[in-house]
Write a protein that binds this ligand. Structure first.
Ligand code: CA
Length: 225
């Protein structure tokens, strides 16, 4: 996946540090600014993919920074604030913010929201014409061969991945274990049908699709979205 650049404009160092640590751990490139002016200059220079802006900054208000940035560039913005009032939220969204996160926040939630917004933004801009398969909290990005459950990357083996994608593309159809073996493993595969059971069990466990990957007793499996 392309490395995404995130700009954090936040004067409270401990908060900026937590965000920087969290995003870097997830493979983002992170830049931090402590004032609105510094943040705006950095945005011009670095052209980040997304900006996280604190509402209360020492020089100019975060909302003003947000307005300045959205007027000058097309980049998604998330406002951070300790203020939870609905008017503030609307005010922030009116200034062009795409989302609004109230402090104290859960780091995983911030990362999840950033991912969602970036994906939506890329899609809207046609940057990646990606095939997406979605089932509840599960998303498969086919071009990238990646599977996410609630924005968390899930590690599947190549066969688990193929089997999952096969089910997602054939909803409500019942497949026997033999058919699945033929389709996913190929006709000359030497293993037996228990291979299919083991893979289905692993997919259920890893993705949480227990209810959607249904066992049809005496027949095989079907996927119910
Ligand atoms: Ca602040």
């Amino acid at each position: 996946m392309e490395e995404k650049k995130i700009l954090i404009i936040e004067d409270e160092k401990p908060i900026a540090d937590i965000l920087k640590y969290g995003f870097e751990k997830e493979g983002f490139l992170v830049q931090c600014a402590c004032t609105g002016g510094e943040g705006f200059a950095m945005a011009q220079k670095e052209q980040p993919h997304l900006a996280l802006i604190d509402w209360m900054l020492p020089d100019i208000s975060g909302v003003d920074v947000c307005r300045m940035l959205t007027e000058a560039y097309t980049m998604p913005i998330i406002m951070l604030t300790a203020r939870g009032a609905m008017e503030d939220k609307l005010y922030g969204l009116e200034a062009g913010a795409d989302d609004y996160i109230t402090k104290p926040f859960d780091l995983r939630e911030v990362i999840a929201r950033v991912r969602t917004i970036l994906r939506r933004f890329d899609k809207a801009n046609g940057k990646h014409d990606r095939e997406q398969l979605v089932c509840g909290a599960l998303t498969v990005l086919e071009q990238e061969h990646t599977v996410y459950v609630q924005e968390q990357l899930i590690n599947l083996t190549p066969k688990e991945y193929e089997l999952l994608v096969f089910f997602l593309k054939h909803p409500r159809q019942v497949f026997t274990r033999t058919t699945l073996l033929d389709r996913i493993w190929g006709y000359d595969y030497e293993g037996d049908t228990r291979t299919v059971d083991i893979h289905v069990q692993r997919i259920r466990k890893k993705t949480g699709l227990d209810k959607s990957l249904v066992t049809i007793f005496g027949v095989g499996y079907k996927y119910v979205p």
